[in-house]
Design a protein around this ligand. Structure first.
Ligand code: PHE
Length: 346
């Protein structure tokens, strides 16, 4: 009887090996083989039942035979499983790595077009000896209005459509407070550009944003006149827009400059012809911002003697410069973060 068991056990083991070999290196098939042979209701359990039929004295030896066989089979199964696992890894590697496949290019970010404009304008002035300064976006009304010759009851305050935070603090609607901050800290001569964010309660449309950027410029020294202003601003426009660009000064009014001008440049779309041009509305010109000779009251406010010193100032909208430079038809495109738009302007 015990011999019969030994024979059965032998065949059992051989069958098991063959089954393992058939399962090749597939983990699921191996698990099926394990259940069939070594599982709780598998073939080995059938064999164990045979022990009961043996003479009691023969049972321990039979049990040991079976246990030895089972542990040998488990060892075989474990190594088959290891093979299966490394085969699976190998298959994955073969499937997923094709070294000849073109690499996925990382998407690199780039500077925003408005940043390019601000940088180019600042670099132009830096080359001419100007310092670049920045200041707070929340200002007391003193810096934003009073010191700029706009007293509390002055109607020009309305024109700035400001976001007031308290009775005296506001989000600056222009960068001109930087004129005052600079002149209070430095004796003349001063030559600065001050780029930065500004805020106005404007409804959004093709030409207006409620948050935008300005580039302020200020030069105060002895003997500065309007010709210096025209020369510098014309030079800046040529640098930003190209050599064919003209600059036009239209008489205007700002409380902090006298005389004052609105500055236009040749429409970059129709090149000044105005012919059915949607960009400039047919005038051939695009408005960039305001400028003028610093008002004597402003100089006096910061302790500069207007009979000794004179100066000019300007404030241009960076997005406006961007519209002109890139021929963009809607200012909102600059803040929509549309990669398709931004990639065209790199
Ligand atoms: N601060 C003015 C504005 O935002 C522009 C300006 C600046 C005009 C400097 C004259 C001198 O409208």
């Amino acid at each position: 009887m015990i011999d019969e068991l030994a024979v059965a056990l032998n065949t059992f083991q051989e069958d098991f090996k063959a089954a393992l070999a058939r399962a090749a290196s597939d983990e699921r098939s191996l698990e099926a083989v394990r259940l069939e042979y070594l599982g709780r209701s598998g073939k080995v359990t059938e064999l164990r039942k045979q022990i009961g039929k043996l003479a009691p004295s023969a049972r321990p030896a039979a049990g040991k035979h079976i246990n030895d066989a089972v542990s040998a089979m488990e060892t075989l199964l474990a190594s088959a499983r290891e093979d299966a696992e490394s085969h699976a890894v190998q298959r994955d590697l073969e499937r997923s790595i094709d070294v000849t496949f073109p690499a996925i290019e990382p998407e690199l970010g780039s500077l925003h077009p408005v940043r390019h404009i601000v940088d180019d304008a600042c670099n132009y002035f830096r080359r001419h000896g100007f310092a670049v300064v920045t200041g707070p976006e929340i200002e007391p009304d003193y810096y934003n209005f009073d010191a700029l010759n706009i007293p509390a009851d002055h109607p020009a305050r309305e024109g700035f459509d400001s976001f007031w935070l308290t009775g005296t603090l506001l989000l600056r609607p222009h960068t001109s407070p930087m004129q005052i901050r600079t002149m209070q800290q430095h004796r003349p001569p001063v030559a600065i550009v001050a780029p930065g964010k500004c805020y106005r309660r404007d409804a959004l449309d093709a030409r207006h944003l409620f948050q935008f950027h300005q580039i302020e410029g200020l030069l105060v020294a002895r003997g500065i006149h309007f010709g210096h202003l025209k020369g510098m601003l014309t030079g800046m426009c040529r640098e930003i827009f190209g050599a064919s660009q003209s600059v036009r000064f239209r008489p205007s009014y700002f409380p902090f400059t006298e005389p004052s001008a609105e500055v236009d440049t040749t429409c970059p779309k129709c090149k000044g012809s105005g012919a059915r041009c949607g960009m400039c509305g047919g005038s051939g010109w695009i408005e960039l911002g305001g400028a003028g000779m610093v008002h004597p009251n402003v100089l006096r406010e910061v302790g500069y003697d207007p009979s000794v010193y004179s100066g000019w100032a300007f404030g241009f909208g960076a997005e406006r410069l961007g519209l002109s430079r890139y021929g963009v038809d809607d200012i909102r495109r600059f803040v929509e973060s549309d990669p398709g738009f931004l990639e065209q302007l790199q």
